[in-house]
Write a new protein. Sequence first.
Length: 532
Amino acid sequence: MSSGRVNLKFTLEDQGITGLGAVYYNLMEPALIQAAIKNGEGTLGQGGAFLVETGKFTGRSPKDKHVVKTASVADTIWWENNAEMSPEGFDALYEDMLAHMKGRDYYVQDLVGGADPEHAINVRMVTELAWHNLFIRHLLRRPERDALNSFLADFTVINCPSFQADPAKHNCRSETVIAMNFDRKLILIGGTEYAGENKKSVFSLLNYLLPEKGIMPMHCSANHAKGNPVDSAIFFGLSGTGKTTLSADPARTLIGDDEHGWSNNGTFNFEGGCYAKTINLSAEAEPEIFATTTKFGTVIENMVFDEETFELDYEDSSLTENMRCAYPLHYISNASETATGGHPKNIILLTCDAYGVLPPIARLTPAQAMYHFLSGFTSKTPGTERGVVEPEPTFSTCFGAPFMPRRPEVYGNLLREKIAKHGATCWLVNTGWTGGSYGTGSRMPIKATRALLTAALDGSLNEATFRKDGNFGFDVPVTLKGVDATLLDPRSTWADGAAYDAQAQKLVKMFAENFEQYMPHIDDDVKAAAIG
C-alpha cells in the first residue's frame, strides 16, 4: 500500500521491498510532524519545533559501523578503521530486516547529497520513524517537487530502529548495526534511534565515492565574503574547537556547517541543513542558531524541557551532553542560497590545545597543513569525561576518522594537491589555553581569535612579520594591531618558561608518536614537517 506521492517512477516495490503497511512518499514538514505526533514519537514544542528523545543511544555507534567486503572495494577500504562484514552476512541481514518490516508503515524521502549538480548523488531514505524522515529532510538537499516524479536513487538507506541484528548470523558486532554495501548500493541501519546515523551514513558514502572523481570530501564548515563567493574559506575542527561559532560570521555568507566537497568547480555543501549542539547555547553568543530552536519543524533531540511551558533547558545535560537541534539551512539569515563557493582562499585548521603550548594562530606550508590535517589534534579537558584528571590528546585523522572509508593519506594527498593548484593559504588556529595548561592558564580570548581570523581571511595578516616556531616549525605572527603581542608568543604568557618548554616537548612527542602510523605512506616533505 502506498500513500502520499504515488506517481513515482521508482517505488519501493520496484526495489523488491514488498508487503509493507502504508508507505508515505515525500511528505512535507507539516504532514511528517502530524504523523510523528500520531505515532507517539515526540512532542510539539514552542514555535512548532518537534521534541524527541532517542533512548539508549544519544550519539553515534562507530564500532557498529560495517563495510561489506566485496572484491570491488577490498583494496580501497581502510580496514583498520572500518569493520568488515561478509556479503553473506549482509544478505542475511537484509533478508531479515525486510521480513521484520512486513506490515509496518514506512516513510520515504527522495533527497540529494551535494549542492553541485555535477557531483551530487540521489539518496532514497526509508525510515520507520516519521521524525527521522523529518530530520533527514532537513539535513539533505530537497529536490524541487516536480523533479520527484522521475527521481531515481543512486543509493538507498533503510533505517529500522526496532530491528535487532544477530551478530552470529549477520557477521556484525552487536544488535546495533550500520552496514554499507557499495555493490548493492544499500545502507542498512538497525537498533538505534539516534538520527545522526542517517546523516553520517550519507557522508561516509560520499567520502568513499568522491575521491575517485578527484573531489576532496571534507568534515568542515565553510563561508565566503559577502557578495563575493570566490573569497571562500573552510574550517576543519573537532568538537569543542569553535568550528560552528567561528564560521557563522555575520560579516560573511555561510555555505554550510559540517560537510563539504572541493571539486574543480570550487566548494559545495553536501547538506541542506544544520545539526547543531545545543548544550549551553545562548541567544547572546549564537543568536541565529538559538532562534532555530523555536522555529517550525526544527527537530530538538534529547533536550530537557518544562512539561508545562515546553521551554527548553540548555544547561541540563542529564539526558546527554550531545543534545542537538536539526533545521534547514535557510533558517540562518546569512546562509548562501546556492550552498556553493569558489576555491578556498584560506583553510583554517582549528584545535583546542589544553596544554597551553600552541600559538593562537600559525601559518602553515602545504606539507605542514597535510601533517596537521592527518594528525587532527585537539584535547579533552578534565571534567569532560569520567577519569580525565589532566588534559588528554585526541587525534582524529582528517578531523573525522569515523567517517573515512579510505586511508587517511588519500584525503591528505587530495588536500595538498588542491592547495598547491589553487594557492590556498593554510592556518592553524588554537582556541584552547594560554598562560599555562588547563587549570593554570586561561582560555584564549575569543576577541583575539576573531581579530586574528579576520586578518587571515582579509589577507592583512600575510603582511605581518613572522617568526619560526621552535617546536613545530610553522610561522607565527609577531604583532597584529589590536592583539596583545604577548599572546602571540605562548612561552612568554607562562610564568615559568622552563615549564612551558617541558610541556611543549611533551606535546611534540605526542604528535610524533601518533604520526608514526602515517610515515610509511607519505612523501619526504611531509616527513620533514613531521620531524620539524
